[in-house]
Write a protein that binds this ligand. Sequence first.
Ligand code: F6P
Ligand code: MG
Length: 442
Amino acid sequence: DNPPSRALRGLESKSFAQKTFKKRLPVTLTNVVDDVHRSFSSLDASHKLKIDQGKEIVYELSQLRHHVQRDKPVKLVEDDLEDAKLWAKAQENLDDDIEYTYQSLTWLFSECLVYRDVHRIIQTRSEWKGYDPFRRQKEASFKSTLSGSIELVERLAPLFSRSNVDKALFVEMLQLALWGNRADLSLINDLTAQSSIHEVSNLSVESLASQNSNILANDTVKAWNYLEAVKDKRIDIILDNSGFELFTDLLLADWLLQHNHASSIHFHGKAIPWFVSDTTQSDFHWVIDQCAAQIHPEMQSFGLRWKNYLNESKFVFSAHPFWTTPYPYWHLLDVAPDLYADLAKSSLTIFKGDLNYRKLVYDCDWPVDTSFSSAIGPLALDPKSNSTSRFPPVLALRTAKSDPVVGLQGGIVQASKLDTIDKEWRLNGRYALIQFHYSTSK
Ligand code: F6P
Ligand code: MG
């Protein structure tokens, strides 16, 4: 397969990619520096090594911020050769004689590299192993949405216990997991995005209904028809953000299990802290533990049930390193054949959020009327015409927070209408896509 050629780059003037390097990432890196500083500034002299290493981390992070903001040449650190090779290979056709900068490489590559470098700078210091510079923000944001989460649980608990399979409830569960994706800290930190965490965690029936017309492509019925035919199978959720979004994903997963659409749900999180709010293994368990520890009886019983699911392996969590490489998912089979083989055992893969969407569609400037199936490339094809290695159907649930949009129902006409109503429609998280690919040749 030939990957498409219109990959987004920061060099494009006034693009959101460029703003990411000039403004958004520097803010994120400043917040990381502040968190590191806060984590060692109150330590006494007995923690000298940790304090000294903390100062080194701050220095290196500040340098990184300077390099990103000033668009300096990108360096792949060679101390882990395999790792450096993997990152170098992800950018094919690089000319050895040219010094590539953050903005001249593809947006996807450079942005991932920044998060990888933050992790490398921290983890090479012995006293800082396991420290997640985004943990405080993720935990605070979950706590600030707790009242919205409790309202949801109060409303859903009686509906969950109904034994009949209810299409209306499926629609609602998908929409919750969809709009839960607005609760992304890297967007909310951006002051021009006028969403607040409270606004995004209000997912009452009325607010869901009012947002319906903002779902620009909606394959819910196709996904439902497929799901109805699937019973007691494994479903995989490729997670995005921790906190409120993860909470809505857990609700969807729970509903799928209780209504016998799945016998197990496999969650895929991130092996390292990623794009501020993405879910690591410890975030995943922390959110479930928080729910189980609430005094609110319904919330507590949801949390305790989720802990049981984990014990019974009805909920399974893993964090394959592939998800924190720069590779678009067109390369899943070549780069991570073990992960591909594992996912091939699933009956449905649900990809959450904006970054997963960018990676599904190769982070390209596609014409908006390109079909979703063609934009996901090899995942929509049958690689070896061997049923065990076929990729399962793909369901993307994404609020739009970056340029790539495909499969728009009204095509180019609708895109130009949206341009006049809301110039930022691709970026501000107010519009969303529910897109489903299912190869009928199965
Ligand atoms: O900065 C790139 C980006 O993909 C944005 O478009 C988005 O705001 C954020 O990172 C991640 O969003 P999500 O958590 O939905 O993947
Ligand atoms: Mg995210």
